[in-house]
Design a protein around this ligand. Sequence first.
Ligand SMILES: NC(=O)c1ccc[n+]([C@@H]2O[C@H](COP(=O)([O-])OP(=O)(O)OC[C@H]3O[C@@H](n4cnc5c(N)ncnc54)[C@H](OP(=O)(O)O)[C@@H]3O)[C@@H](O)[C@H]2O)c1
Length: 217
Amino acid sequence: MVGEAIAGRRDEVFLVSKVLPMNASLRGTIAACERSLKRLRTDRIDLYLLHWRGSHDFSETIAAFDTLMRDGKIGQWGVSNLDLQDMEELVGTPGGEGVQTNQLLYNLTRRGIEYDLQPWCRGRGIPIMAYSPIEQGRMLRHPELRRVAERHGATPAQVGLAWLLRQDGVVAIPKASDPAHVRDNRAAADLRLDEQDLADLDRAFPPPRGPRPLEML
Ligand SMILES: NC(=O)c1ccc[n+]([C@@H]2O[C@H](COP(=O)([O-])OP(=O)(O)OC[C@H]3O[C@@H](n4cnc5c(N)ncnc54)[C@H](OP(=O)(O)O)[C@@H]3O)[C@@H](O)[C@H]2O)c1
């Protein structure tokens, strides 16, 4: 479906895909990427991520990513669902400092990463891609979120996204199949939350007071 959607407009698109951990050996990663390229009917993926940590050594996956970059099949590489300890091990592996992002579950109702993982990534200039940024729609009925949205004449989804996007080094990847939702989400980039909004949201969705295991969906 994505291959069909991007046909004839590949240069307008930033294309991200992931390799499953079970495929993340040296040869397995390269073969998986080539299969994806075929299905996507394109010659390159802009950003290729390790979906989560599996049993293959980081060194093998990194070697595969480097080969794919050298061959022009991917532009950059990153990871997803890696907690602090795994990130430390990754950047301690030769070539591991090439990691360009960590794609993580992050939204108002899932703030655990703010305690340690996010500051660690920020300190190293590694952006976070917030996945399920509106909690798959589940958080949109929250009364405080609705109150803040009403003050701005905005929607709850826009407030949730603006709350993420106001932060340095945070990218949000909402999924929307309804064109009205796509427009709604685009407009979130123009919404500015003020101190009062942020304080109200902190009360309703408190930040972590200690380390928490990484959450995944
Ligand atoms: N790395 C990982 O392990 C991982 C795990 C999960 C997800 N992801 C990625 O994260 C991305 C998004 O996550 P997600 O789909 O789980 O959750 P999400 O983006 O938080 O929520 C998607 C849901 O919200 C609805 N929605 C979108 N915009 C809306 C709006 N403005 N108002 C009301 N409802 C709205 C969508 O409906 P419609 O479709 O009807 O518009 C859809 O039902 C996906 O691209 C996915 O690949 C990554």
